[in-house]
Design a protein around this ligand. Sequence first.
Ligand SMILES: N[C@@H](CCC(=O)N[C@@H](CS)C(=O)NCC(=O)O)C(=O)O
Length: 220
Amino acid sequence: MTATLTLYVDYISQPARALLLLCRAINAPHQEKYIRLLQGDHLKKPFTDLNPFRKVPVVQDGDVLILESCTGLRYIASKYDSSGKWYPKELKARCKVDEYLDWQHLNTRAHGVGYFCNKIIVPILKKSEPDMNVVNKHEHKLGQVETQFASYFLGSKPFITGQNITIADLLAACEFEQPSAGGYQLSQPILEYLSRVKEAVGPDYDELYTHIEQVTTSTD
Ligand SMILES: N[C@@H](CCC(=O)N[C@@H](CS)C(=O)NCC(=O)O)C(=O)O
């Protein structure tokens, strides 16, 4: 059967990796279309016809088109995860997942991307040195994000909702890995959390993560 679910991705995109990890974990039949961000594929047709916001990831499933990664994670888990574990229906657990997905945009995402892009991507694209004032501001904020995440979202639990991994953990892990690949030193509680996510996800975690490492090592 041909997969109707199509993911437009670049492995250097942290929300794209989270979507791919979910599809692989739940065996959702899907195809990948690779959009090379560093080559600017996302700024050209035909991709701009699909996503006028010029960003990856994009999820397409028949006549359903999703331009936001958190919506894509919820959609794919709701439709394709027969176990129901990745986006739990139980209200309290679901609220925790949604709360993290809402919170992360201005916190884990904003400062992880801010650190990584200003330190690694902007210098590659502009062939310039990083603006360390900007990088340092994101580094400082990221420290606060780690503390808030560990104390509020994790507490003493292994994962955000408790004992089970969910889409919120996939996204959190991919977002924390991004600045780490750029040289940011994650705190011990976050490193231990990432090990738990990695163990729960299996080899696909490292397989996708190596692509982001390749970008950073190519700049050394
Ligand atoms: N709100 C969007 C943001 C997606 C996003 O920022 N994607 C980045 C890669 S992680 C991108 O495509 N950046 C290209 C650019 O801004 O030129 C989502 O979560 O899906």
